[in-house]
Design a protein around this ligand. Structure first.
Ligand code: NI
Length: 245
C-alpha cells in the first residue's frame, strides 16, 4: 500500500492489522556521467514499491539528503544535517501520533547514515529526558548492504563496484526506468578512490563524479536481478524488524 495513493479510512484499517511503515530515503546528487541524479532515491523507492504489494504501507520517499560534497556538480541538492534531523523527527512524530510504532527507513545513500542515526538519537533523547517511554522502534536499513545484494554485486562487478556511481545502483535505476540506459566515455575505466571532504575538494579529486567504480558494467538485466535480490533482502529484514518488541 502506497501512502500517497491511500485514503485515511484505508490507513486507519491498515493500522488495525499493522503498526509498521516503510519510509524510503535517498539523495539528489550527481552519479557520474551516466547515472541519474535521483539514483539514491530511485533505488529504495523501487524496492519499497515491491514491498507495498505485500500489504506493507510505504510512505513518500524522502528524496533529498546529505549531498554537500556533490554541490560542485549541477543538479545536486543538499540539506544541512540539522535540516534532515528535523525532517526525520517530524515524519516519525506525525505517524507516531496516529499509532505507528515501527519505522523502517530504507536508505539509498551512505552519506545519510550518520545523520539519520543522529535523528533517531534525538527522538530517543526527547522521550528519555521527559521521563516517558516512546514505544517506538526505529531502523535504518541500507538496500545496498543486504546480504543478497552484496553477494550479487560482488559476483557481477567485483572490485569495479566502487563506492559512488556504482554499477549496482545504476543498474537498478535502469530496471526502474529503462529509457535511462546509456553509456559514455570514462577515463580511467575505474575511478579513483579517496576521502570525501567539501564540494570543491570532491570535484578536484573525482572530476567526473565517480568514486572507485566502473559504471560501464551496469545493465538493465543486472538491474532486474538486483531488484529481486534487494526486495528479498528488504522483505526478510522488515519482517524480522516487525517482530521486535
Ligand atoms: Ni548513490
Amino acid at each position: 500500500m502506497l501512502l500517497q495513493r491511500a485514503t485515511w479510512p484505508g490507513v486507519q484499517a491498515y493500522l488495525e492489522r499493522s503498526q509498521g511503515v516503510v519510509i524510503p530515503i535517498g539523495s539528489t546528487e550527481q552519479h557520474g556521467p551516466t547515472g541519474l541524479i535521483g539514483t539514491d532515491a530511485i533505488c529504495p523507492e523501487t524496492i519499497a514499491a515491491g514491498m507495498a504489494e505485500e500489504d506493507i504501507l510505504v510512505a513518500p520517499t524522502l528524496s533529498i539528503g546529505m549531498a554537500q560534497h556533490h554541490l560542485a556538480f549541477p543538479g545536486s541538492i543538499t540539506l544541512r544535517p540539522t535540516t534532515l534531523i528535523a525532517l526525520v523527527r517530524d515524519v516519525v512524530s506525525s505517524l507516531a501520533s496516529q499509532g505507528f510504532t515501527h519505522f523502517y527507513f530504507l536508505n539509498g545513500h551512505g552519506g545519510n547514515i550518520a545523520t539519520v542515526q543522529a535523528a533517531f538519537a534525538e527522538i530517543w533523547a526527547e522521550h528519555s529526558l521527559a521521563g516517558r517511554a516512546s514505544g517506538l522502534k526505529l531502523r535504518l536499513a541500507n538496500w545496498f548492504m543486504g546480504k543478497r545484494v552484496l553477494a550479487l554485486g560482488s559476483e557481477l562487478f567485483g572490485d569495479a563496484e566502487g563506492a559512488h556511481a556504482t554499477p549496482s545502483e545504476i543498474s537498478l535505476t535502469w530496471h526502474a526506468y529503462p529509457e535511462a540506459e546509456r553509456q559514455a566515455a570514462m577515463s580511467p575505466k575505474r575511478a579513483p578512490s579517496g576521502p570525501i571532504r567539501d564540494a570543491s575538494d570532491y570535484r578536484q579529486h573525482f572530476p567526473d563524479g565517480r568514486i572507485g567504480s566502473d559504471p560501464s558494467l551496469a545493465s538493465r538485466a543486472h538491474g532486474q536481478r538486483l531488484y529481486e535480490a534487494g526486495l528479498a533482502d528488504a522483505l526478510a529484514d522488515y519482517q524480522a524488524f516487525l517482530a521486535t518488541h
